[in-house]
Structures are given as structure tokens and as C-alpha cells.
Design a protein around this ligand. Structure first.
Ligand code: G3P
Length: 215
């Protein structure tokens, strides 16, 4: 399973890269706004740190506008993947991007069939948002299982990026379902690494090491 970082914070991305954990990065306008830096500058910086797919989101409501943005964003770096929202206009834009060789990540997917349609339009990736479904008392992971089964039934090459991940159990479930990618906020990655029994074990070994007589 590939791990993408779901952040626009280059400090967090560098830290995760140094741990050998980063296969790609996903951003959205909310994450980029938090950096306080210009949009394209952030995407360029991230492309300079990670040699993998970097998602940058188009915000136009219509296909024509999305396409214009997609062409500009994909010109920033060869690794840029254009995030397109799951709408009728979005599907039109994905179809043309696919024909032009611009890789897309269809975002804001909340229903397995939306993901299937995105794959049919030619999306490289689809991003089911599971945490936001859990937030409204729907089992987000059910959608991921259904979507993966549908894509496998018809041999679509589209990869599923499990997004809006809130905690470690989402990551375990994604791996068990065989999701292609999880995109993680840095704090979730940190929680995956750390365990209190590891910490107390290290402390005990260090305390005992100090008791060993020096030659
Ligand atoms: O990748 C999607 C993600 O950025 C949305 O996460 O936590 O805002 O639902 P969240």
C-alpha cells in the first residue's frame, strides 16, 4: 500500500520523507490556505521534495475552467496530478484531461458509484472521503470496499486513494481491503509509528543498561 501525505506543510512532508514513508502528496485549497503562501509556489516546493504524484486541486465550477487550470497546474511539474471534484462538469474535464495525458484525481467522492463513473471517465485516481462520512454516521469504509470490488470487476487501472482519514483503524481497514493508497495527515502517520509499550520498553532497557557494570 502506498502512503501519501495529506498536507501542504513542507516541514511535515520533509519529516515524513526522512522516515522513508512518502510515495506522494495530496493537497486541497484548505490545506494550502493554512500555509499562507501562494498556491503554485507551494505545489512547486512540494514537487522539489517528493518524487511522486502531487495532487493540486482545480476550483473552477465549469469544465472549461477546470481544464484551463488543469493545463496550467500540470505545467508546474511532470508529477502534478490535477484534483477534479466529482461533478458532471468534473467528469467532462476528466475525460478531456485523460485524452490530453493529464493525470487526474477525482475528489470529494462519497458514494462507490461516483468512483466507478470517475474511473470510466478516465481518472488516474479516485479519492473516497471516509472520515467525512463517518462524521455523519455513515460507515465510510463500506464505500471503499465496494469501490475496490467494482474497479477490480472491470479491470479499471484507476487507483483508490483513501482520503479524509482520521485514525489508525482507517489505515488498517484500507490495507486489509487492498486499497492502493492511503493519504495521511502527519498526526495520523505519527500515531501509526508510536506505541506506549515501545516507549516504556525503551525506557526499561535504558534503565537496565545503566545498571550493567562498566569494564
Ligand atoms: O484528502 C482529503 C482530505 O484533505 C480531507 O480531509 O479531514 O478535511 O475530511 P478532512
Amino acid at each position: 500500500m502506498k502512503i501519501f501525505m495529506d498536507t501542504a506543510d513542507v516541514g511535515e512532508i520533509r519529516e515524513a520523507v526522512s522516515m522513508g514513508m512518502v510515495d506522494g502528496v495530496t493537497t486541497n485549497p484548505s490545506l494550502i490556505a493554512k500555509t499562507g503562501k501562494p498556491f503554485n509556489q507551494v505545489i512547486e516546493e512540494i514537487c522539489g521534495i517528493v518524487d511522486g504524484p502531487i495532487s493540486a486541486e482545480a476550483v473552477s465550477p465549469d469544465a472549461e475552467g477546470m481544464l484551463k487550470e488543469a493545463r496550467e497546474l500540470s505545467g508546474i511539474h511532470k508529477n502534478v496530478v490535477v484534483k477534479i471534484p466529482m461533478t458532471t462538469e468534473g467528469l467532462k474535464a476528466v475525460k478531456i484531461c485523460s485524452a490530453e495525458g493529464i493525470k487526474t484525481n477525482v475528489t470529494l467522492v462519497f458514494q462507490s458509484l461516483q468512483g466507478l463513473l470517475a474511473a470510466k471517465a478516465g481518472a488516474g485516481y479516485v479519492s473516497p472521503f471516509i472520515g467525512r462520512l463517518d462524521d455523519i454516521c455513515q460507515e465510510g469504509m463500506d464505500m471503499v470496499g465496494d469501490l475496490l470490488a467494482m474497479l477490480r470487476n472491470y479491470n479499471y487501472p484507476t487507483e483508490v486513494i483513501v482520503a479524509s482519514i482520521r485514525h489508525s483503524i482507517h489505515v488498517v481497514q484500507s490495507a486489509l481491503l487492498g486499497a492502493h493508497v492511503v493519504t495521511l495527515p502527519f498526526k495520523v502517520l505519527d500515531r501509526l509509528v508510536n506505541h506506549p509499550l515501545t516507549d516504556s520498553g525503551i525506557e526499561k532497557f535504558l534503565a537496565d543498561y545503566k545498571k550493567i557494570p562498566k569494564p
